[in-house]
Unconditional design. Structure first.
Length: 437
């Protein structure tokens, strides 16, 4: 693998792509440390040392590479783009116009991408306004004595400038991601997401070592590293697992030429939904705590939510989190993979599954197989998201946003595998052995 990396840098065009991508990453991380105008940087750093972020706030902090709580120009990171992409993907199923654009091929995809950019800017304005309002009120850092002073000037002009700056930062991040896709090694937004999450690893791991008590914290540190390697191996194994459904295309004569007669397969991944169910479940579970936080209610329902749905290690929270992940896994697979559409396309081009009649029986068979493999995939997602919370609860107060938690590990492994495969494909075009053997 290291030999292949060396060969990649020896190839002129691939070396330019890799260096260009590294340059964009440096710019992205530099922007994540530039404070937004109107922010008292010293007060922010003082409050960050006492911060205890979790839920949706912790999720956004992870996707921003630690820039959210520091209120930098890239504070929102790529979270607005991720949210916009998910919303457009869901709307494609229910809005006929978007569904028609999706079927138009490259031109339709370009149009949907343009809509995603517009929605990203709108969401950035909304999220930036919410972040600035929360920071001004002092609610961003609950346990900090100077939380109300991190934005000294509370005038409307300063607030508007901060929101515009953060929105422009989100647009710049989106542009950097597209530059990596066009001129770098590809998968620009995914690579920026990978970098954002990986940037939080060293600090979180060192905090575990500092808070440890066995052998000056090195026992806890080594245990967490070991568990992390085991989890990465498990995630790689499951993410690569797939059910291959064989498809045979009948031979057709068009004029004097023969077409078809080939064999292929439909790859159905065990984890067909990816990391989306974990993000949905985390976001939904944070809503009750958010309502209680801003309502300041002392009623019985508010106290019950505070006791059961704020800390990630409570049995009610764990059970609800697991059930929501399983539900959203089936929900997302149902809207992202249409067996009827796949069966119709196969029938149109003369394809069939051996032993299954074309048309409706093929759609029913695909739906049956998809449901069968989605069950272990959804249970796997739930376990990956919850095992770190329970097993690492004694190491620095781990939660679902812990570096070796479900969301971060799934994204790190998924993006890492895809990037390695892209570099490998370019190496194989030059008769190199590649990374994966």
């Amino acid at each position: 693998m290291f030999t292949a990396f060396a060969r990649a840098f020896k190839t002129p065009d691939l070396r330019k792509k890799l260096l260009f991508t590294l340059g964009i990453i440096v710019i992205y991380r530099f922007g994540a440390h530039i404070p937004a105008p109107g922010v008292d940087y010293a007060k922010v750093q003082q409050c960050i040392d006492q911060a205890d972020s979790g839920g949706l706030l912790g999720l956004m902090q992870m996707f921003s590479g630690g820039a959210l709580l520091q209120i930098t120009i890239f504070a929102l990171g790529i979270m607005p783009y991720i949210t916009a992409s998910i919303i457009l993907q869901l709307l494609t199923v229910v809005i006929p116009r978007l569904e028609a654009l999706k079927k138009e091929g490259q031109s339709g995809t370009a149009k949907i991408t343009q809509y995603t950019r517009y929605l990203t800017v709108a969401l950035a304005i909304l999220q930036g306004t919410g972040l600035v309002a929360t920071a001004r009120s002092g609610a961003l850092f609950q346990n900090c004595s100077v939380s109300g002073q991190i934005v000294p000037d509370k005038s409307i002009f300063t607030t508007v400038i901060m929101v515009i700056t953060m929105t422009a930062g989100t647009a710049a991040v989106m542009w950097l991601g597209e530059l990596i896709t066009d001129r770098g090694i590809g998968n620009g937004m995914s690579i920026l997401m990978f970098i954002s999450i990986a940037a939080t690893f060293p600090g979180a791991l060192w905090a575990i070592k500092e808070s440890g008590k066995l052998a000056d914290g090195w026992i806890e540190f080594g245990t967490v590293i070991l568990i992390g390697f085991v989890m990465v191996g498990l995630v790689v194994f499951v993410e690569q697992a797939q059910r291959r459904i064989p498809v045979q295309y009948a031979k057709r004569m068009i004029g004097r030429r023969s077409y078809g007669g080939t064999s292929t397969y439909i790859p159905l991944k065990v984890n067909q939904a990816g990391v989306i169910p974990v993000i949905f479940a985390s976001s939904l579970l944070y809503i009750p705590a958010l309502i209680v936080q801003f309502s300041n209610s002392q009623a019985g329902w508010a106290t019950w939510i505070q006791d059961n749905f704020v800390t990630g290690d409570h049995p009610y929270y764990i059970a609800t989190y697991f059930v929501l992940i399983v539900f959203f896994a089936f929900f997302y697979v149902a809207i992202s993979f249409n067996p009827d559409e796949v069966a119709d396309n196969m029938k149109k081009y003369g394809g069939f599954i051996p032993g299954i009649r074309a048309g409706r029986p093929t759609a029913e068979y695909l739906s049956y197989v998809l449901n069968r493999i989605t069950w272990p995939g959804s249970l796997y997602l739930g376990l990956i998201a919850l095992v770190p919370t329970m097993a690492l609860a004694g190491f620095g107060g781990a939660n679902q946003n812990f570096p070796f938690g479900g969301t971060s590990i799934l994204i790190i492994v998924g993006v890492g595998l895809e990037t390695v495969k892209q570099i490998e494909s370019q190496l194989q075009q030059r008769n190199y052995e590649g990374f994966l053997r």
